[in-house]
Design a protein. Sequence first.
Lengths: 187, 137, 294
Amino acid sequence: MADTITFSQEISNLMYAAHGSPLNNCIQCGTCSGTCPAVEFMDQTPRRLIGMINADLKEDVLDANTSWVCASCYHCTVRCPAKIDIAGAMYAVKRYSIWNKTYSDDLVGPVFSETFMKTIVRSGRSYEPILAPTYIFGFGAKEFFQEVQGATKMMLKGRIPVLPSKIKRLKNFQSMIKHIIPMGEEE
Amino acid sequence: MDPRKRILIIDDDPDYVDGMKAILEKADYEVEAAYNPKDGFKALESKPYDLLLLDIMMGRGAEGVMVARKINKDPELRKIPVLIITGIREQMAFLFPGQPVHPRFLPTDELLEKPVDPNLLLEKVSALLKMAEEKEA
Amino acid sequence: MKKYAYFPGCSLEKMALSYHKSSLETTKALGVELEELDDWNCCGATTYFHLDEILANTLVARNLAIAEKEGLDFVAPCSACYKNAYFTNTYMKEDEDLAEHINFALEADDLQLEGNMTVHHLIDIFANEIGADGIKEKVSVPLEGLRIAPYYGCQIVRPRKNGEEVEAPEFFEEILTALGAEAVDYTNKTRCCGGSLLLTNRKAALDMIRILLYDAVQSGTDVIATACPLCQVNLEAYQTQVNEEFGTDFSVPVLYFTQLVGLALGIAPKKLGIGMELVSTLPVLSQFIAKEAR
């Protein structure tokens, strides 16, 4: 048994196919970065990020916004010649940063995810208006106005729900969640 | 005198593992570590351990619960005492703010929350080992 | 008549109501029955997986188990729902421990999942179960002269599920041609629309939308067809913001493929939710809609 593990192994351990597509198979070809539709908005390209993970540059990896800019479109995953699930690795980095609270405060992604999950645990369904405050206050005045304008148009067309919907067997649903995440008051 | 007691840690956080290992080795336990549930289970099946220290949030999610349940179903492995050491309340605080970890769906002998006080850890470890020995006898 | 368990997903309750309506109308007309799942829950979209993949799989498994109880195969009109359902179903079959654990949780709702059913995206029912020929037979108002850009987006074809064509799929084009329309050939038909980045990284998302709109319009598109509520909202509802941000003047209608199928089958536009869009479709569609129905 190994004495300790590298950051690359830590990330691999978070991936579903932990032993299927190890990140260190990466040949640094750059197909992922060339494919990525959001690459321009990333601090580090996917290729560089994987290189940095493999070089154990933990802090730099967690400082980069890359995983949070990933839109999970899996274009890199299907093209990777080394068969690495790169979008999966981005999820793993996100999970790492949420579990260890290492993400920076100006990112909307983590708060959005957490609020989304909370809504679903509470009602069984998602509800757009509850989610809005997680991102809309991060916007500048112009974007804020645009968003409200857009929402108003949608509302006029009857496309925004007024009330959140709830599933019928909510109690069973919430108990099901407790079987997986053993938290909460005793029933 | 008994041979040294052998402890297995299954935890994905290498820093935490290092810390616990140092505390336990100093108290003369033999300590091994696995950093994901798959390797951890393989280790459990490969040789006998006297105690398991188990994390909850690992891999895809709360996999520690899966491991604990699987051990509990195995007639041999279930004899090993399990001490859960978890930071789940911190990690999932946004979902269940202020709420406790409840053991209803989590077969385990004891539970400690991170950060763990070294003395408390040693106390629990030795109590669990003693309990297991008494059960055996 | 083949019957499926239909999982509309949260978006179709309201934001994409027209997709919901047109899906039910067109499948009925083509001899397929969609039975809405009883008491379905949110599948977690794309956001659960950061936090806890096992919980995400459990939420999806509940919906699958409700379908299995009915003895029906599973169909989802939203690409993200479909991707989640497909992979949960696969993992449940591949990973014994995961299946055991999730079934333990499902007991809380008196459910169990064997994973014996198949999981489909709605467009797969049109492309393969009904087939282009099956659609063509029922077309009464051919959409002649209408240039439609098939927008696949990402999660229908990616990640690869069953050895299918991921680089240059053609099944969407085949459906559109069966309607008598012309399928526009453009480069970015499987490029991502930005998905939920619109909320978390607006700058990136607006740019991604701009590139898609530009490509489609440049290639002579009258209307873009989508098969996912998130794609539809991103491409349509955010055109104004793209225009403000980049000084462009896009005004291209974006419809669900089921709405276009419905028109060609002669179904009344109102029943298909036509009229709920933000970019008017009247200029391009009026010739296919009877005067009294406009």
